[in-house]
Design a protein around this ligand. Structure first.
Ligand code: UDP
Ligand code: MG
Length: 194
């Protein structure tokens, strides 16, 4: 395995047996298309379905490309992402969800922005099917956060994001108990983009 791939992709996974095969197939296709050297880091957050079996089979097939972290229980998405951050070897890091709400085909757009010199690029979910209440809550949270921290993020819940390695290392070292990864990354970024 190349010790320093260009890209590390970190994916937290909890009970995603229905999506995993499709996700992996699409990820491999899109990353091959980019021609960039990459690694995939899956963190199985205590899944109780066939997620572990599927991830282990994928690891067996691609030990050079895949790192698999298995939690002994369910600790939550952000804890899983942080565990992945501790293992990254890439120069740039991408996070995305396993349930295909973040299409892997969007990864090249994030990387393009990184190539343009941004050290943190946030994705925005365009076709969200959230109800009125959830949209209202998001707006309220965004407004409070902007007023109190000056951090402007259109869609802080979207984990389709790209970060420079230094930002990821800073987050991993911060050891925050309740991590708001999107806002924390913004804090460490010098040239963020969405
Ligand atoms: N996830 C996780 N641990 C959990 C819940 C979710 O690792 O306890 C993963 C999940 O498999 C997915 C991502 O985190 O890859 C986002 O989860 P979900 O789709 O439930 O969140 P939402 O779409 O509501 O933001
Ligand atoms: Mg989801």
């Amino acid at each position: 395995m190349n010790n320093t791939p260009e890209i590390s992709i970190v994916i937290p996974v909890f009970n995603e047996e229905d999506c995993l095969t499709n996700l992996i197939y699409r990820l491999l296709a899109v990353m091959q298309e980019t021609g960039r050297d990459y690694e995939l880091i899956f963190v199985n957050d205590g899944s109780t379905d066939r997620t572990s079996e599927l991830l282990n089979a994928f690891y067996e097939d691609h030990p050079d490309k895949v790192t698999l972290i298995e939690f002994n229980g369910n600790y939550g998405q952000y804890t899983a992402i942080c565990a992945g951050f501790e293992q990254v070897r890439g120069i740039k890091v991408v996070t995305l969800d396993a349930d295909l709400q973040n299409p892997p085909e969007e990864i090249p757009k994030l990387l393009q922005k990184m190539d343009e010199g941004h050290d943190y690029v946030g994705g925005i979910r365009c076709k969200r099917k959230d109800n009125l209440m959830r949209r209202w809550c998001s707006k309220a949270i965004n407004s409070i956060r902007e007023k109190t921290t000056q951090i402007k993020i259109t869609d802080q819940g979207c984990m389709m994001r790209a970060y420079s390695r230094s930002i990821v290392d800073a987050i991993a070292q911060a050891q925050e108990k309740s991590v708001f990864i999107s806002a924390l990354a913004y804090k460490y970024a010098s040239n963020p983009a969405e």
